[in-house]
Design a protein around this ligand. Structure first.
Ligand code: FAD
Ligand code: S2G
Ligand code: ZN
Length: 483
């Protein structure tokens, strides 16, 4: 879809990069960490969906907090805008430049600093890839409290900066609960060390929460301390089919009661999502005999007693079949089958990308209403595009995606502002877990009051007075410059 520069104007207060800047950065980082190569810049300028494309001429690869501090201190003094970048898997245009912002990529800061096997507290650098942390902890008998389809590329610093939700939030909660502390570098180069590893610390304002979900607009997260749960021995995964959405949401209520403490994930996808995955992903098949199933559920339980947990889940499935809440279901017999069920759910974004243009909406909506929006959206679109619905039903988080062979402004006009107005009418959130980025910076008032956003803008102004950190993102430009 190319550059979004048409939607925003480059801030004339920002300087343009010059040869002296490059020399300075090479002096502190070494030439090989100052990237001007077109190929690598092309990748770093383009988001995962290939929907947002910046025109940065420079990517920096700092190896330490000290180097990040020197970079920001210099950029702040030169009024050079920057965009912090982790794994670049963000889906709202937040991780790539809009114009020529300098890209500060954290990939080289990927060391594990400490792990306490008694408390399960991990301290690591922000550039650690989520999948690598999962593997490290697996050896120690622990797991990460979050898991998402982008685990192979996304970094813990990016997860924190987007307050990523993911597939395990239902059981382990949000990063606002599991992150115990962090280290961040502010726009002026000051290093904020709130890298505490205490479960309880009530000494003053808990400032780490400002950075969790701030999408690189308040500072660059350089280190993290996070509480990791022990890895439990019995994990069971069931793949179920329901004849209607009402059954799905009633099953969720049942699962919370009847599976209770062992429930660890409750994901849903509709038949359009299933069709896309089967059509676009190699080697993926529907574990249930195709029939008039309209909805699929993936339920995972995690506990410490294999026989008890399996028996509990089997009894739950049997009861759900008898009372008609599910029309079919299969319990994974081994880890491979469990992974094949997860592959269906986690593969949907990739299948959507292969299907053509995608319009992504990540919404928190009251569970009982959720599918009404999907049906109304499909009515509005008719046959010019397809609605695809899936998501973390357990968290009331709908991923409503509209798929069409090519991008078309007329389709967008059918979706926006309708989808935001609808969500706002039900007091939902126009961004459940992906953040606002560039895509929704001007839509925040559908979910937050003007006074609230004005306070956010004044905090932004306090921490980043020259607005060099990830400009044009998260908050409406008008409100920031009005401060
Ligand atoms: P990036 O995309 O590089 O950056 C994201 C934002 O954080 C940008 O605004 C960037 O400026 C900022 N940032 C990055 N690193 C730092 C840092 N160290 N300090 C300050 N700011 C920083 N998201 C979910 O919440 N739940 C899901 O289930 C989920 N599933 C996904 C599945 C797929 C296949 C894909 C492609 C994406 C998915 N996402 C999901 C979205 C994305 O993976 C998350 O937002 C993730 O947390 C981004 O991490 P990242 O390291 O790629 O960050
Ligand atoms: C998920 C991924 C992004 C999307 O799969 O849970 O967060 O909306 C999403 O395709
Ligand atoms: Zn998600």
């Amino acid at each position: 879809y190319g550059s979004m520069a048409g939607l925003v104007k480059r801030n004339p207060a920002f300087s343009e990069l010059n040869a002296e800047d490059i020399r300075y950065f090479e002096g502190i980082l070494g030439e090989k960490n100052v990237i001007q190569d077109d190929e690598r810049l092309m990748t770093a300028n383009t988001d995962w969906m290939r929907k947002y494309k910046g025109s940065s001429k420079l990517m920096l690869l700092p190896k330490s907090t000290e180097e990040v501090s020197q970079i920001l201190k210099y950029c702040n003094s030169r009024c050079l805008a920057v965009v912090p970048q982790g794994g670049n898997t963000g889906l709202v245009g937040g991780s790539v430049p809009v114009f020529d912002e300098v890209i500060i990529n954290l990939s080289s800061m990927n060391n594990i600093i400490s792990f306490d096997k008694v408390s399960g507290i991990l301290v690591c650098e922000a550039g650690c890839i989520l999948e690598n942390l999962i593997a490290f902890l697996d050896n120690e008998g622990f797991i990460m409290p979050l898991d998402l389809g982008a685990k192979g590329s996304c970094q813990i610093g990016g997860n924190i900066s987007t307050n990523a939700g993911g597939l395990r939030l239902l059981r382990y909660g949000s990063l606002h609960g599991t992150v115990l502390g962090l280290e961040a570098v502010l726009a002026n180069g000051n290093v904020l060390d709130i890298l505490g590893t205490l479960r309880k610390d009530n000494t003053g304002y808990d400032l780490k929460h400002l950075f969790i979900g701030s999408e690189g607009s308040l500072g660059i997260v350089t280190k993290v301390s996070i509480l990791t749960p022990p890895k439990l021995s019995s994990v069971n995964v069931a793949f179920l089919a329901c004849k209607d959405y009402d059954s799905c949401q009633r099953l969720l209520q049942d699962a919370k009661r009847k599976l209770g403490e062992i429930l660890s994930a409750f994901e849903f996808l509709d038949s359009q999502a299933m069709d896309l995955v089967l059509h676009h992903l190699e080697g993926v098949r529907n574990p249930l005999p195709p029939s008039r199933h309209n909805f699929y559920l993936l339920i995972e339980t995690t506990g410490s007693d294999e026989s008890n947990d399996k028996q509990k889940l089997e009894a739950f499935l049997l009861r759900s079949l008898e009372n008609g809440l599910i029309s079919d279901g299969v319990l994974a017999q081994d880890i491979n089958q469990a992974s094949s069920f997860w592959r269906i759910r986690e593969g949907i974004p990739e299948a959507l990308l292969k299907a053509g243009a995608v319009y992504k909406y990540d919404l928190s909506i009251p569970v009982e209403k959720m599918y009404n929006l999907v049906e109304e959206m499909q009515d509005r679109l008719g046959n010019v595009a397809k609605t695809v619905a899936y998501g973390h039903l357990g968290d009331g988080n709908l991923h409503l995606n509209v798929s069409s062979p090519q991008y078309d402004d007329k389709i967008l006009a059918q979706i926006e502002p309708f989808v935001y107005e609808w969500t706002s009418k039900y007091r939902g959130s126009i961004s459940a877990e992906h953040g606002l980025g560039l895509m929704k910076a001007n839509e925040i008032l559908y979910s937050k009051s003007v006074e609230t956003v004005q306070l956010m803008a004044s905090i932004k102004k306090l921490l980043d007075p020259r607005e060099i950190l990830n400009p044009y993102k998260v908050l409406p430009q008008s409100l920031i410059s009005a401060c």
